[in-house]
Write a protein that binds this ligand. Sequence first.
Ligand code: TPP
Ligand code: SF4
Ligand code: MG
Length: 285
Amino acid sequence: MEEKKYTIKDYRSELKPIWCPGCGDYSVLNALLQSFVNLQIPPHMLAIVSGIGCSSRLPGYVNTYGFNGIHGRAIPLATGVKLSNPAIKVIAVGGDGDGFSIGAGHIPHAARKNIDMTYIVMDNSIYGLTKGQASPTTPVGEQTKTTYYGNMDEPINPVRMMIAYKASFVARAFSGDPKHTVEIFTQAINHRGFSFVEVLSPCPTFRGAEQFKLIREKIKPLPEDYQPTDEVRAFEVANDNDFFHLGVIYKQNRPIYTDILKKLQEVAEKMRESEVLDLLEQFEP
Ligand SMILES: Cc1ncc(C[n+]2csc(CCOP(=O)(O)OP(=O)(O)O)c2C)c(N)n1
Ligand code: SF4
Ligand SMILES: [Mg+2]
């Protein structure tokens, strides 16, 4: 009998997205579903976890295991899912506010431990769901609901931050280039370890139609001979404020958390047999 081939329909839930017309998140959702088709992952072998925000609604639109958690806590929830069942592909999704404001303390630890998951941030440089407050990626000078006279704070550069945190795969994509976004998601999900993708995903409602145009003017693909394993070069690319370089900016292969944990468990098992029994004998009457 011919093996079942999963199509987009198998991954889409019955819930219709309620994002505003023109929101970049529609394109991110479609790209993610297409990457599942590319990878042919059975829906029951996927778990998508989020925090709270417009972007964090995504797990509801996908026919996989899912968890729409609490604000800023997608990463610890996703870590728990992965540790309890390392066989399934775990994807954490959310916004720039969710990830880089309230949730920022969780990211370095998942990255340095190399938890085998993919983290997708739909970066619109604004708090969309709560109606337009400045976020950690809002550019200096931008007028928002909370920065009437212009944003004073230097924005975070998520790609630079992730390389510094030792994430083993760091990429950037743009919702306005869905074909490239599918490619990047496919590679990120296939990566063994903590993979991060910043998707520039405009919010026309609170950043206006100009946001899409501004991003489109600044995007640039990486050169063909680019080597993502060169950390110094990756920082140079991340630091370039004139352009948004799209592609896999940094990549490193190193052991994942659950493999290291398994090895330590084996060591501990052996210890239980010998040293622990010796130790217990000391307490026998
Ligand atoms: C503990 C807690 N603090 C604050 C909020 C309010 N809140 C909900 S979503 C959000 C920010 C959303 O921005 P972002 O994560 O960038 O997602 P977007 O809506 O832009 O996709 C905030 C501050 C909350 N729900 N829970
Ligand atoms: S408020 Fe912005 S981020 Fe939220 S759904 Fe509307 S366009 Fe998208
Ligand atoms: Mg946002």
